[in-house]
Design a protein around this ligand. Structure first.
Ligand code: 13P
Length: 250
């Protein structure tokens, strides 16, 4: 089964509207006509009204780094899926390790957010991955399985089609330490097997699993070139147009 790769740029808490606009103006011509892979940018909520119109009509989609699971309500500082859709966002990250680590997001919260995104037709990128101590203790497979089972509770095979998974080993995020293609492929096989158990072989075979963690122009090809790796979720190296464009053209 051939899966179209997705190159996703997680800008985290970087860029002003002016910087975001300058990025898009430089980046779009660099990737114009590129159809081999899907491309999506994930800026902070305050940047969405700048980035989305600037990308309109291009081959670059735009999404949020996070949504709340509630439709609306008294949740100070949060963004609803309806608000994301109203400004034209089509994708969202869910359960990024920084959300889990600094904002106490649990598998249960990730699951609720996943249900909300799917209900509204927003493409969810569910992030999972082990921390260094878990890897060193030989717990990686168990951690990944637990995160998938938790995230996918109550999700039917028919509803699961749009879901993208991002495997981001926490020890490789922002550290310059990339998982080797072998380590990433191993983890992706564990993840795909677990999805097959939960949702069936067809859904698992079609589901895209991205790798994230210190992806750079010089290692993108070795990683995304693997059949098991269906694209990348890029942090630091996605902040400069030429660097992200080089990753897109891995
Ligand atoms: P880096 O590419 O900076 O390691 O970040 C990865 C990440 O967290 C993407 O979501």
């Amino acid at each position: 089964m051939s899966r179209k790769a997705l190159i996703a740029a997680n800008w985290k808490m970087y860029k002003t509207p002016a910087e975001a606009k300058a990025f898009v103006d430089a980046f779009l011509p660099m990737v114009a006509g590129h159809t081999r892979d899907e491309i999506a940018l994930f800026p902070s909520p305050v940047l969405l009204p700048t980035v989305i119109p600037a990308c309109k009509g291009s081959n670059v989609a735009v999404g949020a780094q996070n949504i709340h699971f509630a439709e609306e309500g008294a949740y100070t500082g949060e963004t609803s899926v309806g608000q994301l859709m109203a400004v034209g966002g089509t994708h969202t990250l869910i359960g990024h390790s920084e959300r889990r680590q600094y904002f106490a997001e649990t598998d249960e919260i990730v699951n609720k957010k996943l249900h909300t995104a799917l209900k509204h037709g927003i493409v969810p990128i569910v992030c999972i991955g082990e921390v260094l101590a878990e890897r060193e203790a030989g717990m990686t497979a168990g951690v990944l399985k637990k995160q998938i089972i938790g995230a996918f509770a109550g999700i039917t095979p028919a509803a699961a089609k749009p879901i993208v998974i991002a495997y981001e080993p926490v020890w490789a995020i922002g550290t310059g330490k990339t998982a080797t293609p072998e380590i990433a492929v191993d983890a992706h096989r564990i993840i795909r097997a677990e999805v097959a158990k939960l949702l069936g072989a067809d859904v698992a075979a079609a589901m895209r699993i991205l790798y994230g963690g210190s992806v750079k122009p010089d290692n993108a090809n070795a990683l995304i070139g693997e059949v098991e790796i269906d694209g990348a979720l890029v942090g630091g190296a996605s902040l400069k147009p030429d660097s992200l464009a080089a990753i897109v053209k891995y």
